[in-house]
Each structure stands twice: as structure tokens, then as C-alpha cells.
Ligand binder design. Structure first.
Ligand SMILES: *Cc1c(COP(=O)(O)O)cnc(C)c1O
Length: 409
């Protein structure tokens, strides 16, 4: 399978973490993607331009810092299915969620609730709860947490729709993760977006585990806003600059917004006027001049996505997770159960597994055997075969080691 894999050669563009000179089986690209080799050269170039040019680099660097973020519009738009004017690289994920909620969570006494998954990532839970409290509501009342049915791990789309329809008039915002970080469920975003908008709710998506992993079409689906980080499947390094999407139907609306000079129209930015003239697109949500050095890795990482395209990556991702599932069934049987949906089209880039007796000790033994996966209490292992650098042989090695450990447990 590796020999026939059209994306097999991509791996050589990444630094795969090693131990004693051996490449690890790296299945945690959903936490921190591997480093594209291009990154070092790109960062050194910025360091050289800074050393050489100082402040003149804003205009004269090889990629002038004044407009530096603009180069990411086209590649980011392709990844999330947006128009270039609808996306911007800025800040970090939770910051962007808050900034976007300032504009898009505008509760009234009647319509003030926010819908999230019960298993939402903690930061998202804190963000929405604190937003409701900021507006004077009680988070216990204002945050609706969607739970799977008794005995099920993931949410049924029809149950999500029913919940939105039931409380529709009270819901201000539906904000789910495109792919749930814990279960790997890839929500039926188009259906859920349409249902929520029909009820008059605003719809935002957290694409932390979706951006660069599954194809989405934010513009076409009519999503109001979205945000994502760039260090997971987008491989742009720890704390890399995140992304945000604002649908262009909002570009010229008079929305409340926290403003800063980088959201000002660039023609006005250095005129130092008192008046904020928002750029009529996603750029208007920027506050500060961008952190060039933590933005630079996006160049090399997004170039790979541009060259390969989301469709090809998704195809390989499905092949990898499908192969993993097949091997797990064959080698581990009942001792490993799938938490992720059985339907591959409703799965993101990782599989979540309930492993019999899994604990920190099992995780340590996996790491000793050069298998890097992650473990969530009480007994869930998440394995993410990122399609840009994980091979079918890696998947085989993971299952082989796991099956061996479970046999001798
Ligand atoms: C990874 C992740 C985060 C992390 O937020 P940061 O602001 O980047 O630290 C938040 N939400 C979700 C759903 C995530 O998967």
C-alpha cells in the first residue's frame, strides 16, 4: 500500500521525530503536527531580513511584514472552502473564538443560549460559559450541552437537529467542533448549519480537528464564522498563528467588534487617524501587527496543502483509518472498541479507541516501543494517522505492538 500511495513521497518533506536515530510511529498529528523541513529555511530568512533591514523590513523584507498575513488567504481559503476575503491568519484559537463571539454572540433576554457538544474541548467550554456570564446570564442555564444517547459514544445528527428545533427560539449560537476532539466524530456540518439557521441561530464551527483533515465548504454551507488552530493537522508548529473565517455576508454589516489598528483598512493604517475604518472582510477582526516568526511556519506547511489538495489528503486519511480499524478488529478483537463513528464519512482524521485496561502504564509501554499516541482518562487511546507523513506501515506497527501488549497484559 505504501508503494502504491500517490502521497507516499510527501513524508520526505517532514522531520519525523526520532529516538536513537529511529523514526517514531507518530500518531499524534492531531495534537502537534510534524515539522515541514521548509520551515527552518523560511524562519532563517525572516531572521536575516530583520537583522539586515530592521524597521525597513515592514516594506522591504522579501515578504514585507506590513502585508505578511495576506499571503495566507488563498491557501487557507482552499482548506476551509471559503473565499480568500473570508479568512485571516491571526492570534490563537481560543482568542479567535472570543473575538468572533464578541461579534456573533449577541444574546437577548429571549434568545441567549449557546449549544456545544457535552464532550467539547475544555477551552471551548470555558469560552462559551464565560461569554454567557459576561453578558449577565448563568452558564448553567445558558449553555446547552448535547449528550449522546445512553450507551452511545457519538451524537446522532437527527438528535442534534431535534435539540436545535426544540429550543430554537432560545438559542443565540450553535458552536460545535467540526470534528470532535475526543471521539473523532465529523459532524454533518452542512445539515446542522442549515437546521440552526432555519431556527434563526448564528452558527460557528471550531475547526481545530477539521482544518487540514476533512474537506469543508464554509462559504457554500452558509456558516457565519469559524476558527481553527494551525499546529494540529496544519503542521505549523507549537502555538502557531491560528485562522478565522467570517462569511462575506457579514463583511459590511455594522457588527460590534473589538478593534485594533490591523483591522483598519491598510490604506488608512499608517495615517494614524482617530477613526477606525474596517477593512470590509475578515481582516477587520485583526488587532495587532502579526507575530511574523510564529506565522512563518504557515508558509511551508500551507504550501504542501496547496500542492496536494484536501481531496487527496482526505482519501489517504480514510484509507489509513480504515486500514487501522481493519487491523484492530483482526488483531485485538473485543479488547479494543471503536468510539469513533462506524461510518467512515462521519469520522475525522483520528480513531478513538476504548482499550481494555488501558492506563498510563500501557501508554508508557507503547512509547517505549516507539509508538506515539495519546491517552485520555479513563481508557481512551486516540491514534491519528496524519496523511501527509504517516505510512501504512506505521499503522501496522502500531496495531502489532498494541496487540502484543494486550496479549501479555
Ligand atoms: C486544540 C483545541 C483547542 C486549543 O486551543 P488553543 O487556543 O489553541 O490553545 C481548542 N479547542 C479545540 C476544539 C481544540 O481541539
Amino acid at each position: 500500500m505504501d508503494r502504491m500511495d500517490p502521497l507516499g513521497k510527501l513524508r520526505s518533506q517532514f522531520n519525523i521525530p526520532t529516538r536513537n536515530g529511529q523514526e517514531l510511529v507518530y500518531l499524534t498529528g492531531n495534537s502537534l503536527g510534524c515539522q515541514p523541513k521548509q520551515v527552518r529555511e523560511d524562519i532563517e530568512r525572516e531572521l536575516a531580513d530583520w537583522a539586515q533591514l530592521g524597521v525597513l523590513g515592514h516594506e522591504q523584507a522579501r515578504d514585507p511584514w506590513f502585508s505578511y498575513h495576506e499571503q495566507f488567504r488563498v491557501p487557507l481559503a482552499a482548506i476551509v472552502g471559503a473565499k480568500p476575503s473570508e479568512v485571516v491568519a491571526m492570534n490563537t484559537l481560543t482568542v479567535n473564538l472570543h473575538l468572533l463571539m464578541v461579534s456573533f454572540y449577541r444574546p437577548t433576554r429571549e434568545r441567549y443560549k449557546i449549544v456545544i457538544e457535552d464532550s467539547a474541548f475544555p477551552s471551548d467550554s470555558y469560552a462559551v460559559a464565560s461569554q454567557t456570564r459576561f453578558h449577565g446570564f448563568s452558564a448553567d442555564d445558558a449553555v446547552i450541552r448535547l449528550k449522546p444517547r445512553e450507551g452511545e459514544h457519538t451524537l446522532r445528527t437527527s438528535d442534534i437537529e431535534a435539540a436545535i428545533e426544540r429550543e430554537g427560539k432560545q438559542i443565540a449560537l450553535v458552536m460545535l467542533g467540526g470534528v470532535n476532539y475526543l471521539t473523532g466524530q465529523f459532524f454533518e456540518m452542512e445539515r446542522i448549519t442549515a437546521c440552526a439557521r432555519q431556527q434563526g441561530c448564528v452558527v460557528g464551527w471550531d475547526l481545530a480537528h477539521a482544518a487540514g483533515s476533512v474537506p469543508v465548504r464554509l462559504h457554500e454551507w452558509g456558516v457565519d464564522f469559524a476558527a481553527w488552530c494551525s499546529y494540529k493537522y496544519l503542521n505549523a508548529g507549537p502555538g502557531a498563528v491560528a485562522g478565522a473565517f467570517v462569511h462575506d455576508r457579514h463583511a459590511r454589516e455594522d457588527l460590534p467588534r473589538f478593534e485594533g489598528w490591523w483591522g483598519n483598512d491598510p490604506a488608512e493604517r499608517f495615517s494614524m487617524g482617530r477613526e477606525f475604518v474596517p477593512k470590509p472582510d475578515a481582516d477587520a477582526w485583526q488587532l495587532s501587527n502579526p507575530p511574523i516568526l510564529s506565522m512563518t511556519p504557515l508558509k511551508g506547511s500551507l504550501a504542501i496543502f496547496q500542492a496536494v489538495g484536501m481531496e487527496a489528503l482526505r482519501r489517504k486519511s480514510l484509507a489509513l483509518t480504515g486500514y487501522m480499524e481493519e487491523l484492530l478488529t483482526e488483531r485485538c478483537g473485543e479488547r479494543v472498541q471503536l468510539v469513533s463513528p462506524a461510518d467512515p464519512s462521519q469520522r475525522g482524521g483520528h480513531l478513538s479507541l476504548v482499550v481494555d485496561g488501558a492506563d498510563q502504564t500501557l501508554l508508557s509501554k507503547l512509547i517505549e516501543a516507539d509508538i506515539i499516541v495519546d491517552f485520555r482518562e479513563p481508557n481512551v487511546i486516540r491514534a491519528a494517522p496524519a496523511p501527509s507523513y504517516v505510512s501504512f506501515q506505521d499503522v501496522w506497527r502500531f496495531v502489532d505492538v498494541l496487540a502484543g501488549l494486550l496479549e501479555h497484559a
